[in-house]
Each structure stands twice: as C-alpha cells, then as structure tokens.
Design a protein around this ligand. Sequence first.
Ligand code: NAG
Ligand code: NAG
Ligand code: NAG
Ligand code: NAG
Length: 805
Amino acid sequence: MVFSVILLLAGLIQLCLAFHGKDLYYQAQSILQNISSNIDYQPTTIYNDDNIYGKFYVPQYDMDLDDYVNTKVNHCPDIITNTVIPLLEESANNHYYEAYIQLGDFYTFGYYSLKPDYLKAKQYYEKAVEISSNGHSYFMLGFMYSSGLFGLLPVDQARATLYYQAGMENGDIDSMIALAYRNAHGIGTPTNCELALVYYSRLAQIAIEHYEKIDNPNEVDDSEYNIKIVDFNGGIYGEKLSESVKSIMSRTKFYAKSAMEFEEFNIDGNNHDFVNNYINGLKYYDGDYFLPKNYTKSAQFFEKCVNIGHETYGQTNYKHVDRLDAFYLSRCQAQLGRLYLRGLGVEKDIVKANLLLTRSLLVNQIGDALNDLGYIEERELLPGRNSSSEDKPIVKASELYKKAIAKGSTDARLNLAKLLTSISPDHEPMRGEYAGDIYTNVRKAVYNGHRESLYYLAEYLQSGLASKVDTKNSHECPNMNFYLKMFVDRSESYFFPHLKFAFDELIKGNYKNSLIGYSIAAEQGLENAQISAAYLLYQTQPLWSLNGYKTFDAKRVEASIKYLEKASKQKNLDATILLGDLYMNGIDNEILEKDYAKSFSYFKKAANDHSPHGAYKLGYMYEYGLGPSDSMIDYFMAKRYYDLSIQYQIQFNKVLNKSAVNWALLRLRMKYLFNKKKFKSNSESEQMGWLNAFNKLRGGNKDSENNRANEKATAHHEGTTLTDEDYEDFDILDYVVVILTFSFFLMFFIQNIIRRLRRMDNEENGNQRQAENNQPRDGVEMQNGWNGAQFNFRRGNFEFHFFAL
Ligand SMILES: *[C@@H]1O[C@H](CO)[C@@H](O)[C@H](O)[C@H]1NC(C)=O
Ligand SMILES: *[C@@H]1O[C@H](CO)[C@@H](O)[C@H](O)[C@H]1NC(C)=O
Ligand SMILES: *[C@@H]1O[C@H](CO)[C@@H](O)[C@H](O)[C@H]1NC(C)=O
Ligand SMILES: *[C@@H]1O[C@H](CO)[C@@H](O)[C@H](O)[C@H]1NC(C)=O
C-alpha cells in the first residue's frame, strides 16, 4: 500500500516535471519562430550564380578544428546560444523528449550556424528513444552507426540496420527509404530484393497519394537539388572527360544564352518582345538554384507577350502570324493558359485558361496546350459543359491527348493511359482491350523521363500486365525495384528535403553541415548524393595548384571511398573510374595502399559499360603490366583496349578529344620501333612480342567480336589500313613520332620535378598555409583524367617504365 503510494507520488512528480519541461520547450519554440520571421537573421552566402560555375572549391579539413578551415562566415545568433539552447536543455533535464530530439537535431545539423557536436547529438537521441520510441531519433542513430560520422564512431552496419528497423516501425519514412536501399544492395543485411520491393512499393504509394492530394504538377517534378556538387566544376573528371550524366544546369545561364543567340541570328527581326518575354517568363516559371520560382512574375511576362500578340495579330484572328513570332507567341499563350488552369501566380480561371489554350492552337499546335485542353475536357472543368451532350468528354479528351502525343507531349501519354484505364472494366487495365495501348504509352513516357509514369510502369510489371504485352521488359524483382527506386528518388520535395538543406548550407560555406545532408541522402541510396558526400570528404589533387596541397585524414578518405563504391554499384562511370585511379596510384602518406588488382577490376567494369575512359585506362594497365598480380605486359590487349576506347568515343559520341588515346597508340608504336630488331631475332615462341601482338591482331583473331571494329577504328584514326608494310618500312614520320613522344614525356618529367619540389615545400610549411584561405578560389581542382601516367611518375616509376621498355 505504502509502496504504491510512493509509486504514485513518483509518477506525479515525473508528470509535473514533464509538464514543466513541455512548457520550457514551447517557450523555446516561440522564440525560434520569432527568429525565422525576423529579417535581421540573414545568413550570408559565399556562392552565387556568377562565382560557383567552374570555381567551386572545398577547403582543407582541419582535424583539430573539427571543421573545414575558415568557413564559419556565419555567426550563430546570441539568442540561440544564450536562450534557446539553455531552455531546451532545461526542458530536456525535465525529461521532455521533444527537447532531446530538437537538441539532437541542433547539434547534428548545426542549425543557425550553431557549432555541431555529433557525439553530444548522439547522446540526446539516445536519451530521446529511452523515454519515447521516436522514429526520427532511431533513424539518426542508424545514420550515425552506418556512416561512423566519418571516423568519429566505429562503423557498425548491423546495428544501423536495427536502428533503421526501429525507426521504420515507429513511422519514420527516412528509415524506410534507407532500409529499402540496404535490402536491395545487401548493406548491413543480406540482399533481399523481395523485401526491398515491399518497401519501395509502399514508399511509391505514399508519394503518389501525396502528390495526388496537392494536384499540382509543377510542384511535382522538382528533383533539382539531387545534384553532384562536383558538376559545378564539370564533373569528377572535368568538363570534357566526365562521362556520368550532368546533374546541374544553370537555367538562368541557359536562357540568357538562348536570348543572346536569338539576337545574333535575328538581327533584322521585327519583334524581339515575344522571345524576350517568353524567356523571362520561363526563367521565373522554372526557377534555378539561385533564383527562386516566382509564378507571379512568370505570369506577368507571359501576359505581356500574349497582349502584344493580341495587338499585332488579334484583328485577323491570328491568321498569317510570322513564323518566328508564332513559335514564341503560341508558347506564351500555352504557358499562361497553364498558369490560369492551375491557379499559379494568378487567380485560377478555367474559362480564361481554355480561351488562351484554344487561341494558342490557332497560332501553332503545341503538345502541352493540347494536353491541357484534353485535361479540361476529361474533367469537364468548363462551366456549362454537359456530359450528356453529343461529343462525350472522354472521346474528345482522348482525341486531344492523341494529338498532343503526336506533338511530343509526354504528360499526354500518361493522361491517355489513365483515361484508358478509367474506361477499362473495373478500372483494371489488364481486363480491357486497351492493355497494349496503356502499357506502351506509359513505357514511352518513362523513356522520355516522365517521373510519375515510373510508378505505373512498375505497377504494370508487378501486376503481370507488362509480361502480357511486352515480353522483352524483364519483370524480375530487380527490374521492378529499379523503376520504383527511380520514382522514389525523384519524388524529392516530399522524401528528400535534406537535399535542399545540404545545398543551402553549401552556398553559405557551411561545408560540414552540407556533408551531413548529402550523407543522409547517400545512406538512402541517392547516387548523386553519394558522389557529393564523397567529394566533400576527399578531392583529387590537381597537378598544379595555387592553393597548395590539401592533406586528408585516412578515416575520411575511407568514408569517401565507401560512398564512391556505392555510386559505382549504381553504375556511375566516373565513380568507377575514379576508384580505379585511386587504387592504381594510392594516396600519399599511406592513406590508401596501391592495389592494382582492384584498380584493374574497376577499369574493367567501366570498359564493360562502354566507357572510353575506362577502356583507355585498362589499355594503359596492360601496356605497363599492371593489373592482377600475375599479369604481364601485354601489348596486344593494350592496343585492343586503346582501339576500343576510340571506338566507344565514336559509337557513343561520348568524348570528342582523342588526343590521349592517340598518344598512347604512338607510344606503343614507338616501343615497337625500339624493340623491332630484338623481337625479330627472337624465336617464334615469343608470346609477348610486339610484332606478334600486331600479327595476331591483324590475323583475324576470330573469336574477338570487336576485331573488325578495332581495325576500322585504327584505320580511321591513322588514316590508313593496317598492312604488313606499315610495320616493315619506317620513314621519316616514325622519327617525328619518336621526337614528339620524347617531348611529351620530357614535359611530364619536368612536371614531375616541379611537383616533387612543391611537395617538399608543402611538407615543410605544414599547416601554416591553411590559415589564410577564406574565399572560393579559381582553381578547378581536378586532374585531367586520361593521363594516369602523371601519377606513376611521382611514384618514381617513371624512369623504370619509360626506359625499361
Ligand atoms: C518576438 O519578437 C517581438 C518583436 O521583436 C517581441 O516583442 C516578442 O516578445 C518576441 N516574442 C518572443 C516569444 O520572444
Ligand atoms: C514575385 O514577383 C512579384 C512581382 O514582381 C513580387 O511582387 C513578389 O514579391 C515576388 N515574390 C517573391 C517571393 O519574391
Ligand atoms: C445538358 O444536355 C441535356 C440534354 O441534351 C439538356 O436537356 C440540358 O439542358 C443540358 N444542360 C446544360 C447545362 O446545358
Ligand atoms: C584535347 O585535349 C588536349 C589536352 O588535354 C587539349 O590541349 C586540346 O585542346 C583538346 N582538343 C580539343 C579539340 O578539345
């Protein structure tokens, strides 16, 4: 009895404490709200549209400082450190769990430029889940164990999976995304495609329901912050050599360029108002990284364009519109019609939308306008429309959609598929006569990059509709996951708000916080985020740099490589090749050991994926006998892969600059020159011989499918066909080749010496240099990818390789 009274009292005290804690917590919240609406708190940014392209620079990371050097341009407001945090701490001391969570977030994400303290944050999350099963806290703990916080904690993937599991069970969507990815790729848990499919299907459904609710297609396709930040400098291997698809395009710059080109090509054109207003309207309609969308402004520009059009061509009811004017005027009308249809930046007005869209068709038939008209018909949005009247809306709508498709509208494909589904028995596409049409339209929409169609394609694969009408598309589990994952990955505004956070922190110069944002998305399987996180952790060093050389911590490099491996598994070619390069050259100070076998397998993987760069590097490894431990110099294979590299460049139009491969081929040729006599005097059994290799190559190695193509490619770039004479008679040209090649190597020899000197200088000066750098610098800090040789030179292999052969 006494015991239970004590218990009751204890419980009451706890309750009172919690009440007090809650009170303090809400005090803190109201202050925070005050701050966010306070114009005085405007963090400064260091990057803008003019200084980020080609000039993006990640400074040295200082282990003692626990941050990138001199990046704290933003000061944490006093009210946060003096009032908000103490209030939250007090609230947490009173066991109010929301306070723990918020403190955990503050110390992880460094909100308001508060100095992050990851271990402190971890303790807060741990406290939070002790009191209440909180999904977000479990997720953050999972993230901490999975990433090891870049060396702060031991990585423990199994434990991370358990935390994510707990997070998901408590309703945390982030955890579900992470688990879907981990099951698909066997990270911290055995690979389980079926389970991943369950998760991805659920996520996709959640996203579909969400976007249906907001019913605003312009809010939907906004995967704009899912970027590889290294693309600001042209990609991992720079503008020309990077092969992965670019994730960044400055729309502002693009539109500015279009406008200028228009001026140039149309100097004597009568009216620039159409094009200028159209381009400006689009600029604000789309928005950009540094230019927020503004539908109001967009509508104003389109309206101007439309009004000028009406003044000029209205009287004749838009007959005989100048061809160029028609192009832009019709688009202005269509865009403005869409804004009225959706009520974006203007009062929603279906009648006006309908009028504008219909008028645009008088000027020029545009797919988007036809699609929007179909949408209006199908939903009978126009007042006075009468479904029992003669032409049924469904019939009329489907006609409009079909016309729109013929004019290239991808939206119309999905709209038509949906319409056909709605008139199938029980809304089951399988049951009706339109199964084939529905499937084909959705598949084509997917191939044109339509986001929402990804969901439906996966659905058809799962339901068996696909296997009924398309036997080619695999309906195996990994294929379904592929489409569903892509759909989830692109539902960015709903699933991945941390990508915008990461970008905002990046342009403020808070690289450390940015890294957290990208790593979380990387944990959830976003390929681009994996590259961005990897890049913030480790950057390859340029041959020459005004900024001195950075030093890297082994643990952070290890974390970076882990992210690159994940991206490589998702077929990111540049990541694969970079891994090959890193293992081929190692990283100084025993941070990464050379591992030719690994390097070889990465290049092989890239070459198998038709990468010219990968094929070149593989050729290089054969030429110098690098590669797996038992490998020998193999000129035959070297030439084969060099040629393949050129072939891929031509075939896929990937990299137009062939100079590196041509140099390599010249080098091979020169080696033959020097060794010809020796090879000739040798017996026929000389398997590694240069001549032998070429004979084999010419002699139609029948089982080599690329042989013919190789020969063609060689003939193409050497301007001749391969014959015996080419290798018997040497004329003056060959000596030119020798001299050129020597100067080429001499250049690198000198570079090598300079580099050595710089490095000595670098080691002496140590860390002193780090202090001054504050601004992003001009240096593009990527080495040119083709010349793997550059790295071997400084390893002291230069003399050996060059003279021994
Ligand atoms: C919010 O700001 C206003 C004006 O700056 C101030 O009067 C008010 O007391 C603030 N509220 C809180 C909760 O700090
Ligand atoms: C959008 O543009 C309008 C018109 O120029 C302007 O009044 C408004 O402040 C802008 N909105 C934002 C959020 O910048
Ligand atoms: C709709 O059509 C029916 C029959 O054609 C007609 O009786 C009715 O008045 C129409 N309603 C409107 C609103 O036009
Ligand atoms: C090809 O690359 C070399 C060296 O990287 C460069 O000097 C040359 O201008 C490039 N050629 C073209 C056509 O881009």
